[in-house]
Design a protein around this ligand. Structure first.
Ligand code: FE2
Length: 634
């Protein structure tokens, strides 16, 4: 588990207490802390001095914004739960719009510098907020006698787009709390949030439930999956496997903001702001701690360490992008991501690092990977598929880079040694060997055969069992035994020989199979019949899954939204799978022998359309003809 410190920059002499409060906002340290690395991070003393000068010496506390001019523009959020602390997030600003300055990452400043142009046009006046964590009622609602168990004060400015991110410490493990922000010296309060800390590593935890999401494309459809999971209120934490935002330009009733493909810091901030304006995203953020990782679209489609499909480190693509280089774009995207997500800064010496792990009692280790942006070898970029075919088996190819890859294998070993029952790997892309009609993908684990083989060898050689891979990226559901074909015996009928399972989930709203349910089922049948370890597949429904882990088994329940072309609360149970501890394979019969949609080995597909309205709690037979929004409309 990673560690962070709450005492950031506390020794700064300038403006004493104000500096400490500035530093309480972790976003001033994002992605690096200035007291550790001069030249990196925001110059807190400068921001503080600037404020003092403008206020005629009144200090940062002499806040020029009147509370009535300010709003909590994008709700509240929490994330990265530890046993004794959690990250809290909000944005308090005079406007919902993001700061227009792109100056902060241009010019001759240090790499990844968050330093601000001296006395820039940015508004110098800081906004002060107090935050507090309260005891919570048994029902998760605010308790009448709520007691403050953790509190503090933080400032924010336009330098960090008026975002606030604090670490609330001194909390009890595996405990539900309420939290709230208040504008200093006023009764202007944010929405009341709810969150939950992690259990301690050695705690005997009976069950942990994760709601797992990926690929939430705002213009493609409504985030019904977020809203349904929030209203059902069945999970402990949210895991997002990436493509939390998309960088594209798109039209229609949820047209992208800004109305163009995004490249600059302003662009990425504005796009994050648009997504966080969604009421279903806000609801799920307000009441659960998120553990997110990113995939390509947080930066750019089919990204790797040095480029992406649309920005190829060539003169041509540089000019096409309006003069933003691959590296500059990545910095802009990373900075906005850290500002807008309730996530910890993992390693202050490694500002691109998001890979990290969580020990959730003696029940599971949740190992969160970055197979995308950190150090991936060249991927499929649309124009180079023949080249990728030639090099996919190259031994040097890596999805993670050697630093992360070695850490990953060590995490698996350590988890087994400490006796955690399950190893859950929160990963972006499909791990199982899936051959499509066009062949193998070059952009998932199949494009990096050596990396995949090293992973499987580590698991088999060290007899590391009870492994559960999670994946997103594909916009379809895929459930497989974790097998090493051609190397280890595997029986697809019984599952014998596997070393775990993979649950790869569909998108929240990004497009999957287009066409009818019947067409999608035929596609699924083709895929299941052509791929040995693939046991169930469906590409029609948008949705999410709930992973419930206890010591004797893991259960994965897949849910579909029947249409994301409207905001609705229909939640269709698609299929349930169980994995017995020590089994290292899906229980047979797969899915209990019967699923609602798609196609699976040796099981019946029975479409009932019997759907739960998560708003009214009533069941009804529901059908929609249109799944997605039209994004080409003006
Ligand atoms: Fe996606």
């Amino acid at each position: 588990m990673i560690s962070t410190t709450t005492a950031l920059l506390g020794s700064l002499a300038v403006a004493g207490a104000a500096s400490a409060a500035f530093s309480g906002n972790l976003n001033y340290a994002s992605p690096s802390r200035r007291d550790v690395h001069a030249g990196l991070g925001i110059d807190v003393p400068l921001v503080s001095r600037r404020s003092v000068k403008r206020d005629g010496g009144g200090g940062a506390a002499a806040m020029p914004w009147k509370p009535e001019q300010l709003n909590f523009t994008h709700g509240v959020a929490s994330g990265d739960p530890f046993p004794d602390s959690v990250i809290l997030w909000t944005r308090i600003a005079p406007s919902a719009a993001s700061d227009t300055s792109n100056v902060t990452v241009e010019g001759n400043v240090a790499l990844y510098s968050h330093d601000t142009q001296t006395y820039i046009d940015a508004n110098p006046h800081p906004v002060c907020v107090e935050w507090a964590v309260f005891t919570c009622g048994a029902d998760g609602r605010a308790a009448a006698d709520q007691a403050v168990v953790s509190s503090g004060k933080a400032y924010t400015t336009s330098d960090i787009d008026f975002t606030v991110k604090v670490e609330a410490g001194g909390l009890q493990p595996f405990t539900t709390y309420n939290y709230q922000f208040t504008v200093c010296g006023s009764d202007k309060k944010s929405a009341l949030g709810r969150t939950k800390t992690a259990p301690t590593a050695d705690a005997d935890v009976e069950q942990v439930k994760l709601a797992v999401f990926s690929c939430s494309n705002y213009p493609s459809g409504y985030f019904n999956a977020y809203g349904n999971a929030a209203r059902k209120d069945e999970h402990d934490y949210v895991v997002h496997l990436g493509d939390y935002i998309y960088e594209y330009k798109a039209g229609g009733e949820r047209a992208s903001a800004p109305p163009r493909e995004i490249f600059t810091l302003y662009d990425y901030r504005t796009r994050h702001g648009q997504y966080r304006s969604d009421p279903d995203l806000q609801l799920l953020s307000q009441n659960w701690a998120w553990i997110p990782t990113w995939d390509d679209h947080e930066v750019s489609n089919n990204g790797y360490r040095d480029g992406s499909s649309g920005l190829n480190n060539t003169e041509e693509s540089f000019i096409k992008s309006g003069g933003v280089s691959v590296d500059q774009r990545k910095m802009n995207a990373v900075r906005a991501y850290f500002e807008w997500l309730p996530i910890r800064q993992v390693d202050l010496d490694d500002n691109l690092r998001i890979w990290r792990s969580f020990q959730l009692g003696n029940l599971m280790d949740l190992v969160v990977l970055d197979t995308r942006n950190y150090d991936r070898s060249i991927t499929s970029l649309d124009w180079n598929d023949e080249y990728i075919d030639l090099i996919r088996d190259d031994a040097s190819r890596t999805l993670m880079g050697s630093h992360q890859e070695n850490w990953f294998y060590n995490q698996l070993t350590k988890s087994q040694k400490r006796g955690a029952t399950w190893r859950v790997i929160a990963n972006q892309i499909i791990f199982s060997r899936i051959e499509e009609s066009y062949g193998l993908s070059g952009d998932n684990w199949q494009g990096y055969t050596a990396n995949r083989n090293r992973t499987l060898k580590h698991l088999y050689d060290n007899k590391i069992n009870n492994n559960v891979f999670l994946a997103g990226d594909s916009h379809q559901n895929w459930v497989s035994d974790l097998a090493w074909l051609d190397e280890k015996p595997y029986d697809p009928v019984t599952g014998e020989g596997a070393i775990g399972v993979e649950f790869a989930g569909t998108a929240v709203s990004s497009t999957g199979v287009r066409g009818t349910l019947e067409y999608a089922r035929k596609q699924a049948q083709y895929r299941v019949n052509n791929n040995t370890e693939l046991q169930w597949q469906d590409g029609y429904y948008r949705g999410y899954f709930i992973l419930a882990a206890s010591h004797d088994r893991v259960e994965a329940k897949f849910y579909g939204s029947p249409s994301v072309a409207s905001r609705n609360s229909w939640d269709l149970p698609l299929a349930n799978f169980t994995v017995a501890a020590g089994g290292n394979k899906l229980d047979r019969p797969i899915g209990g022998g019967r699923v609602e949609a798609g196609y699976g080995k040796g099981l019946k597909t029975v479409p009932t359309n019997l759907t739960l309205n998560t708003e009214t709690r009533e069941w009804d037979v529901v059908g929609y003809n249109v799944m997605y929004l039209n994004t080409t409309a003006a």
